[in-house]
Design a protein around this ligand. Structure first.
Ligand code: SF4
Length: 453
């Protein structure tokens, strides 16, 4: 366990002085802000704090330690220690376990998403007790193919002005974020793979937001790959959290492909389209090349916004041909057509191209640069149709459902019924754990929306 432990008999009261390096033994980044009596806890985008007095109280009660002798401190190298005096020798592993338990109980009350600054709800099996199916925000989505969408986290560090789901720090509609326990997500994936009898499943990590902000990404990829029927694990990302180290870690656990969205090659336009002044396209291109040279396949997925990044699209195609010409398994470019949205953010005055026209333009680019497969088809990714998992609720059906979670939008709650999660909007009176009657108004792909009746 690597404890730093000092035991010395104090001459006066014959007590042991115990000192433990918490930074080495608790799997989070810890700190104690100056003049505050809290232990700050970080892991990737997860950020929270625990009152030091409650940790002291727990230690004092569990081990009969004089509370006044307990001290939490941070040293010059930012390592956090706890120290106290005790008349008994106490097993240090037990102390760490007690502190970890207290932290896991207290942390959910203060957990926030560092990117969006919104409350972050940690979703575990205990919260719902059913498979994670039914929500557009998190869990697993089956759209009737061998590809299952895996959604581990919501929220995004970028502020793209065209974001179809209004994500990022400037979001006006999203009140909170969610993060899902890795095992809960993987168990749901495994159960759907078994139910569909898939032999060549693709686990595709995406989401409303940036899936690469999930702090347990390598563990998640590894566990998805452990299913013997998983053939591909792929991820959609804007690249903000990519580093060479993370790429190495993901290659190590056999991530198959990264779909990286970059929308412009000039510094000023890429900052504008990401909504971030500190967005570094030069760094992003270096990382794209690093992926192309790793065993992970790379697909560049720019959004073509007519009249805004026409020139950049051609340059991105040329960049891809230059750095990613050795890729043979999958298409290397997935140029997206700009679409306008009823909800979400739109760029003013940019019309939406018809798909026939869009595909024609892609064919022209193929010819101009000798690029292949710009008009994508599912077979190019080994994606094929399968039976969908059963849909247990019909449109207009009225069901008795239990409220299990606050939704992401004002007035929205998440309820559960018939082994599925359901979004219900405009709910004014409710309390968690109580039953309400809802009418199903949308049930496509086992993603459910309902209204209260
Ligand atoms: S990266 Fe995607 S989710 Fe994030 S703000 Fe941009 S479009 Fe929205």
């Amino acid at each position: 366990m690597g404890f730093v432990l000092t035991e010395k008999e104090l001459s006066k009261n014959n007590a042991f002085k115990i000192e433990i390096n918490l930074s080495e033994n608790i799997p989070f980044t810890l700190s104690i802000p100056r003049d505050e009596n809290v232990l700050q806890i970080n892991k990737g985008v997860m950020q929270g704090e625990v009152d030091i007095e409650s940790l002291k109280l727990e230690l004092s009660q569990k081990f009969s330690i004089n509370i006044n002798s307990i001290d939490f401190r941070i040293n010059k190298t930012n390592k956090v220690f706890v120290e106290f005096s005790s008349e008994l020798k106490i097993d240090q592993e037990t102390i760490i376990n007690v502190l970890q338990q207290t932290i896991s109980q207290e942390l959910p009350h203060t957990l926030r998403n560092k990117d969006t600054k919104k409350p972050l709800i940690y979703i575990t099996n205990d919260l719902f007790g059913i498979p994670l199916i039914g929500s557009i925000y998190f869990g697993v989505i089956d759209r009737g193919t061998n590809l299952l969408q895996i959604r581990p986290i919501t929220g995004c560090p970028l502020n793209c002005p065209f974001c179809s789901v209004d994500e990022g720090p400037i979001s006006k509609t999203k009140l909170r974020d969610y993060i899902v326990d890795t095992d809960y997500l993987v168990n749901t994936y495994n159960s759907i793979v078994a139910e569909k009898k898939l032999k060549e499943a693709e686990a595709h990590l995406d989401g409303q937001g940036e899936p690469m902000s999930y702090p347990y990404l390598p563990e998640l990829v590894q566990k998805l790959q452990e299913n013997e029927n998983t053939k591909i694990v792929s991820i959609q990302t804007n690249g903000w959290y990519l580093t060479e180290q993370l790429i190495d870690e993901l290659a190590e656990v056999n991530l198959t492909r990264i779909n990286l969205s970059i929308n412009a090659l000039s510094s000023s336009l890429s900052k504008k389209l990401s909504g971030k002044g500190d967005y570094r396209i030069d760094k992003m291109l270096e990382l794209a090349e690093y992926i192309a040279n790793s065993k992970i396949s790379l697909l560049l997925a720019p959004l073509w916004i007519p009249g805004i990044n026409d020139q950049d699209i051609e340059e991105i195609v040329q960049f891809s041909l230059k750095v990613n010409s050795n890729e043979t398994k999958y298409p290397t470019l997935g140029i997206q057509n700009y679409l306008t949205h009823d909800v979400g953010r739109n760029l003013k005055g940019i019309p939406q191209k018809k798909f026939a026209e869009f595909n024609q333009q892609l064919r022209k680019i193929e010819k101009k640069f000798g690029a292949k497969n710009l008009v994508l088809k599912p077979y190019m990714f080994n994606t094929y149709k399968t039976e969908m998992i059963p849909n247990p609720m019909k449109i207009n059906e009225i069901v008795n459902a239990e409220v299990v979670l606050l939704g992401r939008q004002m007035g929205e709650v998440i309820v559960k019924a018939k082994n599925r999660l359901i979004h219900v909007s405009d709910v004014t009176h409710f309390s968690l754990g109580k039953k309400i009657k809802v009418r199903i108004i949308r049930n496509r792909h086992n993603i459910f929306f309902a209204e209260a009746v």
